[in-house]
Ligand binder design. Sequence first.
Ligand code: PMP
Length: 461
Amino acid sequence: QYDTQALQALDSAHFIHPFTDHGDLATRGARVITRAEGVYIWDSEGEKLLDAMSGLWCVNVGYGRKELADAAYQQMMTLPFYNSFFQTTNVPAVKLAARLASLAPEVDGRSFQHVFYSSSGSESNDSNVRMVRRYWDLLGQPQRKVIISRLNAYHGSTMAGASLGGMSGMHAQGDLPIPKITHIGQPYFFENGLPGESEAEFGLRAAGWLEAKIVEVGADKVAAFIAEPIQGAGGVIIPPATYWPEIQRIVDKYNILLVSDEVICAFGRLGHWFAYEKFGYKPDLVTFAKAVTSGYIPLGGVMVGDRVAKVLIEKGGEFNHGYTYSGHPVACAVGLANLAIMEREQLPQRVRDDIGPYLARGFEKIAEHALVGVAETCGFTAGLVLVKNKKRRERFAEALGVGMMCRGHCFQNGLIMRAVGDRMIIAPPLTMTHDDIDEMLRLIRQALDLTQQELHQKGLI
Ligand code: PMP
């Protein structure tokens, strides 16, 4: 019942899309997504697609959850909005903050009793920059301003978020990074491991880049290190097991704040409410967004650990920072309802004990495909590298756009899978059944076969 061409014409006339080549879009026309249910989405032509990206790392509880719509409706009718500036608060914001505090595990006596709200991951990371610098100011060390991040990390799209992120394309277009943000290499073994080096050795070496950078900058100038537990948007880059313990040793040694950006990793994706628990490190601040509401409504924030909260609150005076929608009552009501679903259906445990291992077994088979250099899973997310020669681990030239070629075949065949350079990644809803997973694996194999055929026909392999 949709006039696809008319919608596409309106789209190209009026909608500037994020992260999109509009020349390319104009020739193809945007695919108009009209509805969703469970783990599937439909377009305006009635085509059904299996959404192996959960919208964009968001819809952990799947689509079509009436409880979330009801929570939004009830809250809109009761109190659709009031700000939380100055000295007012609201019921869902208070309850959600307490709920999140109870879900964030305490490590070595460090707990998270406080939440700072925003509407997105990007805003939350901007807030992190403000908070870590404020922390050191209040402690009488205002020279501690530098924040260390990693190449190919994604921390959002605001000026600070994109600066913290290590994506060269974003830096090039925004005259970034802003001052006092600097980067180290990523713990990507397939790309950066040396011949003969074990994964464990590489993990220690990659963590050592942090220490080298701290020494280079001067420890007394460094405010914080920020990192994702696993790099999501960068292509599901899973660090070796030795990496995080060594990072923890280094931040402790130099007394540097540790920020864990869990915008995609928190709320069950890696089998835990928060991912630092999985890797056993002790962050001071934890960024969240996306899956806190399963993407049904924008909400983000920062879990503020005791160390930072104590200083901000006890020594702070007024913290001159915040957003109109910090603690938005409707978003927080949906967040509460979403966490209730996740808890009732035990989604983090389900990832740990059931669907995570099931996906891992499926990916062991995918790894055997001639086009796949390495395939790896972590919780309920996975990535694979497309290679020209499996034995020699030879990669395709970047300009070939092999990932986008594979994505095109997925898209044609009813599967949403994301391409990041030559890596293909998935992060499906945590509600997938074994049958859904089997179907997804079948579609991935089919896309790999079709990509292989296309490359063969073009004489590229
Ligand atoms: N941090 C990470 C780790 C992310 O993956 C993202 C979004 N993909 C962001 C921050 C930014 O979040 P948002 O798009 O909600 O601003």
